[in-house]
Design a protein around this ligand. Sequence first.
Ligand code: E0Q
Length: 472
Amino acid sequence: MGEGEPGITIVGGGLVGALLATLLAQRGFAVDVFERRPDPREAGYAGGRSINLALAERGLHGLRLAGLTEEIMRLAVMMRGRMVHHRDGHTELLRYGRDDSEVIWSISRGRLNIALIDAAERAGARFHFGRRLLSAAFGNGVTMQFHDDGADTAHEHGCAFAIGADGAGSALRAAMNARHPLGERVEQLGHGYKELEVPALPDFPASSLPSAAAAALARGERFALEPNALHIWPRGHYMCIALPNAEGSFTVTLFLPNAGDPSFATVATPAAARALFEHDFADAVPLIPELEKDFGENPVGVLATLYLDRWHLGGHALLVGDAAHAIVPFHGQGMNCGFEDAVELAELLDAHRDDIAWTFAEFERRRRPNAEAIAKMALENYVEMRDSVADAGFLLRRELGRLLAERHPGRFVPRYSMVTFTRMPYAQAFARGAIQDTLLRELTTGRERLDEIPLDRADALVRERLTPLETQ
Ligand code: E0Q
């Protein structure tokens, strides 16, 4: 650490840790990042599995500030909407936004992380890979012990304060909690997930290529499904989704309850998984040639929401991203929200270098209501995804919502759009969403069709209850 130069230690070099390191290094801070995993540029990422993420406006903004949009967007696949796969095999595209200016982007987690680590290093941050946090003591500064996997030894690292960007299972959070309880509460969703793969067409085993896919391959196409969509197979209490990868493959995620039928308890073997798919996701079966192998080898992921009463320990340590507020993935906002954390914290630290305790408290004050709002909205979106596709009341409300959004642009904005295409605080999107939902329920109660709804009354209510949004 240079003389008089404020040094910042970040635990965790994942997406949020690496973006935060970039933004802080760009602002002149000396940044050290300790990461438990090996360097993904040497080791390959997470065993080579291609996990993808949905990048939306909030996340894009973080990448813009880091100067990374051009590099990242070259490898991003546009998703215009949800491609719903119905039981009878027919599909329907439900657009996310008004046009192609309102879309989301599927990107590879591994590639994004590598780009962020490179950017952070270019800005001057120092990464230390293969370093697992063993303990942290908070007193006069912070003293941390890391296990160094390369040397197979433990070593000490001292710093003025530490920032934990080490994910839902944060080791720094455990150490902070042991020193002073953070009021931690984990709410299990009771559902898990499993990842499977739809290969790129040229990678299909020749023997199992379905005829439509063979024709697409012959035309020189790489994608076995429509590339520019988030595919979804909603089935009541469970569902499948698939996001495109730039190379032409798709990562499929099966979401199932942990108990009941079907669940990860009853669908416990690769053979049972095939039977489930043949029964419920029949059109996807020919596209997943290694269904049994993927199901047998990939772990069941846990889905939970993490709530903390406190995110920081005075001016000693602060948690950001999933370490502070892990959420369920059904709005595709975990990374986007974590990137907003990184931007907010970098700007606060830049402006208030001299009072770290105040800065940490202020960060928590600004971000916690927003983290709580997106946690709730992400949970609500699971129910909407799985069940509401066929619900008549829901469909009428959605139809009326679309009409009011058209009639009142910038005033009646679908909640999904406020979350996904704007940077307004999540808590505000939640509050405006609640007003809009009440309004839609009032106007549709006892009615079955759009043409039964008094539009003059609807327009008056919109103007009365919703202020115009400030445009950014
Ligand atoms: C998005 C993009 C895992 C996951 C990620 C997502 C989304 C969904 C359903 C899921 C929400 C949506 N969504 O389509 O409404 O927008 O990221 Cl399951």
